[in-house]
Ligand binder design. Sequence first.
Ligand SMILES: Cc1ncc(COP(=O)(O)O)c(C=O)c1O
Length: 495
Amino acid sequence: MFGLKEKSTNSESLSSKNVTIPSHKGISLSENTKSSQIAISDDEVKKLDSIYSSWGDTVHYSKDPKVFRGCEGSYMYDAEDIPYLDLQMMYSAANFGYRNQRITNAVIDQMNTMPQLTPKFLQPYKSLLSEKMEKMIEARFHEKGRMHFNVGGAQANEDAIKVVRNYTKRNGMFAFQGGYHGRTIAATCITSSFRYREKYGHFGDRANFVPFPYCFRCPYGMKCDSCNHFCVKQFARNFESEYKAIYDPKTKECEYKAFIGEPILGTGGYINPPEWYWKEMKQVLDDHGIMLVIDEVQMGMFRTGKLWAIENYGIVPDVMTFAKSITNGMNPLAGFWAKEKYIAPDVFTPGSAHSTYCSNPIGVRAAYEVMSIVEEQEKTLEREIQRKSTLFMKGLNYLKDKYKEVGDVGGIGFALRIELTQKDGITPNRDLCDAMQEEGLKGNLSYNGKKCGLVLNNGGFYKNIITLVPQLYITDAEIEMSIDLLDQLLSKLTK
Ligand SMILES: Cc1ncc(COP(=O)(O)O)c(C=O)c1O
């Protein structure tokens, strides 16, 4: 296991059976799946895409985009049926495993009963989903609220912005440097990268971006054991005087009436703030009448070992958005929960936010099944993710001990990260990060004598962080395999 016995300073032994990598073609594919396997080569797929598809999405970030043909559990499969262990799981949209049979069955049942419905009418599962989600949230936050649905994480955030503007009558919001909230125009206003705004004119409602508590590279150059929570104090200083440009101490009005933040940075590198951070920030926000919108699009749905990542920090948001794994990546249903006072029918009135697909029956049904799974399994999920996260971290620490280029490892639950550096342990090493992703996708690794690949994703301020996002049901043996494959890549690509 991880070669720990021989090489690591970790003494506790980890035992698990060796993983048997499943062959996709051997797994019971339904007739539908078989018939959808159209005879076209990977080269032809790439050629047609390059000529007929827009290059405006992210496919062409890569010079040679990868083509996949199937997925199951923790794996994706290429045309040669080579399994690729997936440690990014559709950017955390498929937390419950690829082709999760129970969710697939629910979707098929919905397809066979009522797959389409004009969104101005009701259908049973929408009401049932609202009830289930609201009650689960209320049980955690001890606050009454309501659910609103739409499609996609960016749209959910756009709708949350409407809630804020409607209630506060102001446009300004605080957001994090390193935060990501989607790429629609409004979501781009609150996402820090100028890269996403650069080509699209003036963004008058651009957020006021606040440094994120990234302790390994503290934006204020502090050390975590002696910083005295400088980042929160620095934020609070904004309210000391009118000359800080955002606050009127006489009227106690702030130009920015809401703070939108990911509880843990996702695209920003799976960076979790220190445990005191959110409580102290929330106090500053409350003291100045500023709403808190928490974006759980990537970190929600047990990614961090709790249903919502913010639960790890003991605070309650005013509005909370979600998407991705709410349907296990089967359908772009998304939405938000808000405290009653912000979303009561006489406040957020009929027609305030709507789209043709906003509560489409297939998405709603998939989400209902996912939330039913969560309800039934939450205790086990909490316990098992915690246990397996510890196991994964042992492996990551083994890699940190072994390679100078692993500058830092960390995270919470199954939102883990490897920060790659030069041999000095601090200078970001984006080249190594890119090379590991490319090499993993070649499908030339080997485990238990079988050819396989590894699917990784990167993030971070310097794009030098491998973000580790396994499915929630990853086995101990697959965790062992993950560390072994990462070890193979590091050993091959570092000297
Ligand atoms: C935290 C967060 N918010 C919003 C979004 C946007 O979601 P979507 O891509 O569904 O629009 C993402 C996507 O990665 C995200 O990670």
